[in-house]
Write a protein that binds this ligand. Structure first.
Ligand SMILES: Cc1cc2nc3c(=O)[nH]c(=O)nc-3n(C[C@H](O)[C@H](O)[C@H](O)COP(=O)(O)OP(=O)(O)OC[C@H]3O[C@@H](n4cnc5c(N)ncnc54)[C@H](O)[C@@H]3O)c2cc1C
Length: 458
């Protein structure tokens, strides 16, 4: 069977070796034409239509170890798929091998210890649901069909991050299969360096088959909703927001967005979630609600689990997507100008934020591999469409708009942007050298390279 190696060269896999691999997995080994093959190789972003030679649909950690050993021994190009939401399509490869974790998505909760144990292929909904069933919660992102694996390894912004930190700040331990095929349990006490590296360093160091998360007691009913103004008021709203957001408590999450739903002249909205006492939330929210006569104020008591799914439809699978983002330390007038200039009435393009601060900023830039602790927010511009013929023009247009915003940002969120090796190095900032040392120790052949890649130097 023809396959592609890490070097990019072609190789031929012997039938006997492939059969032996297939026979040794508890899960399935899929090749072109097998039932389930197309489903397994398909990512959320339809831009990445690739055909791995082999897909190992792993059923357990031993399967993952077997698959990693096979890929390493045959020097195969290797992709690891968690939830499949990589914008740049890092979780599928052409001609190499894919390790698909969709069969490892169970989330188990220990309510007494306040811990969730999430499989490497779990989705955010699985984590939120299992935790909330016990009156517990941790930080998860804002679209519930996103994968826990990729989101966590790169950082993990979510509506509760000001209260509980990024998703990585809640990881207590992980089980990982490293490039040598070894299964390791890592934590602050076991392989602490590696544990540091997986919290922000992406999939560079192996396949995480289970995350142990700290959970926090919560109610499901919270104060949440969107406050919306016509886009003509964007400058005033954003200037007010810049001031307002610096004074809110860690219970409050407020994240602006700008979009032009069909039939409107464009809106500036603020996504609100308050996870503390609703009466205190009402009080904190009052100045925002009364600013500039909003066109719509949808803030009310919501069910948090449901609220976490509100963008699921708008962010549906199978469309073509392109995105840029940057980290913002200060909400300056220049940034506001850039946003307003960058805004478009195209209903398929939106500006959005992941607001940070609070507990996110209490962790030091070098305490985990995630280097942007002091940013108050991440800003992104994303565009979505269906016809491949539009790719070139859509991407060029988005880049043009992003160029108006980018000068007001510093660094980027690697989970939502692909970059050159030198920009990736710069983006990891003070953490890069330590990441390289880890890569040299745990993955000197760069088996795990389809990610925000740290290039080994040995
Ligand atoms: C619709 C949408 C909404 C999003 N919302 C948010 C948000 O609210 N907050 C936020 O922080 N980010 C958000 N993101 C970005 C998200 O964090 C990244 O896209 C992330 O990579 C998705 O993880 P995944 O497991 O679904 O992706 P995949 O495509 O499966 O993987 C992405 C990368 O992670 C690696 N990987 C995945 N799982 C594992 C694992 N178990 N072990 C080792 N490596 C692994 C892959 O090899 C690949 O390099 C969103 C993305 C999308 C598309």
């Amino acid at each position: 069977m023809p396959a592609i190696k890490l070097s990019g060269n072609e190789t031929v896999l012997q039938k006997a070796a492939v059969n032996e691999l297939s026979g040794s997995l508890r899960g399935q080994l899929l090749t072109r034409g097998d039932a389930g093959y197309d489903d397994a190789r398909t990512l959320w972003n339809a831009m990445h239509d690739r055909h791995p030679a082999l897909i190992a649909r792993c059923a357990d950690v031993q399967d993952v170890s077997t698959a990693v050993n096979f890929a390493r021994e045959h020097e195969l190009l290797l992709a690891v798929k968690g939830g499949g939401h990589s914008f740049p399509g890092k979780s599928v490869c052409e001609g190499g091998m894919m390790i698909d974790l969709a069969g490892m998505k169970t989330v188990r909760v220990d309510p007494d210890r306040r811990r969730a144990y999430a499989g490497g292929g779990a989705l955010l909904y699985d984590l939120d649901k299992a935790s909330l069933d016990h009156g517990l919660v941790t930080t998860a992102g804002v679209v519930s069909h996103t994968g826990v694996g990729g989101l966590t390894l790169g950082g993990g912004f979510g509506r509760l991050n000001r209260k509980y930190g990024l998703t990585i700040d809640n990881v207590v331990s992980a089980r990982i299969v490293t490039a040598d095929g070894k299964i390791r349990r890592i934590s602050a006490d076991e392989d602490p360096d590696l544990f540091w590296g997986i919290r922000g360093g992406g999939g560079n160091f192996g396949v995480v088959t289970e995350f142990e998360f700290a959970l926090h007691p919560t109610t499901r009913r919270m104060l949440g909703g969107n406050i919306v103004w016509p886009v003509s008021k964007a400058r005033d709203v954003l200037a007010f927001f810049a001031e307002y957001a610096t004074g809110v408590s860690d219970d409050m999450y407020v994240a602006p967005f700008m979009v032009a739903p069909p039939g409107t002249e464009g809106i500036i909205g603020i996504d609100v979630l308050f996870c503390g006492d609703p009466a205190a939330g009402e009080k904190e929210l009052a100045p925002l609600r009364s600013f500039g006569q909003p066109a719509e104020d949808g803030v009310t008591m919501v069910d948090y689990l449901e609220y976490q799914t509100q963008f699921d439809g708008a962010e549906a699978h199978g469309r073509r997507n392109y995105i840029k983002n940057g980290m913002v330390r200060e909400f300056t007038p220049g940034l506001i100008d850039g946003m307003i200039e960058g805004f478009t009435l195209d209903p398929n393009t939106s500006l959005f934020f992941h607001t940070a601060g609070g507990v996110v900023a209490e962790v030091g830039d070098t305490d985990t591999a995630f280097p942007h602790r002091k940013a108050v927010t991440m800003i992104g511009i994303g565009s979505t469409w269906t016809a491949p013929a539009e790719d070139k023009q859509r991407i060029a247009e988005l880049r043009r708009r992003w160029a108006l915003v980018e000068p007001h940002t510093g660094g980027f969120y690697a989970n939502l942007r692909e970059e050159t090796a030198s920009r990736t190095e710069k983006n990891f900032g003070p953490n890069y050298d330590r990441l390289v040392a880890l890569k040299n120790a745990y993955d000197p052949m760069n088996l795990f390279r389809l990610n925000a890649n740290v290039t080994p130097t040995v």
